[in-house]
Ligand binder design. Sequence first.
Ligand code: DC
Length: 229
Amino acid sequence: MLSGAEEANTRIAIDGPAGSGKTTTGKLVATQFGFRFFDTGIMYRAATRMALLQGFALTDEATIVHSIEDGGLEFVFDDAGDVKAFVLGVDETDSLRSPEVDHGVSAVSALPVVRQLMVQMQRDIAGDAQIVMVGRDIGTVVLPDAELKIYLTASAEKRARRRFEQNRSSGIQQNFDEMVSDLKARDVLDSERETSPLRPADDSISVTSDGKSLEEVVDEVVQLVKAAE
Ligand code: DC
């Protein structure tokens, strides 16, 4: 049970497929409750960026793991509460949504030992903080005892449209139809991989953003948080 912002250990897990609005929704919900916000997707993206920068094969688990254990990745909350991703000592936060990283990230996030390292880092980050953590396996694996678990969904077209607009406003040009097919391919990879596949936790509450504005989705999640108090 949640018992107010002053209590320790209020963790809200939001999982769902790519582009379902987890990040935007999660951030706004976290702001309303004064909680921290952490998007675990950036960790797998940063690991992919690290492998690409060093020319590693994205399936070369031992080399990627070695580089992570060597301190190749670091995630730091800045004063505004935003997370900065340092890859090989350089702030790479702004390069994590490039098409190259988009294409490679499913391969890297399917590597079981990489996942083990990430899950441990994610549990350390959540610690006893008040936090909204978003990803694919937060409710099922990372924080199975989270106080509230949301599974956020939307149609592939709506999700691709959202990513398309986000990328366009960051100056990344992509073909919309390609984005829809990339996203569907990523859904298959994410939900069919052996380690921690994307699936709703048994005790999660499903929320769809189809046919709803962002404000309506945020409000629905805020009500769920309050109902859990
Ligand atoms: O949410 P996103 O698109 O930034 O996630 C990038 C990739 O990382 C995506 O292919 C799924 C993977 N991921 C994961 O496997 N587990 C998480 N907790 C978060 C992301």
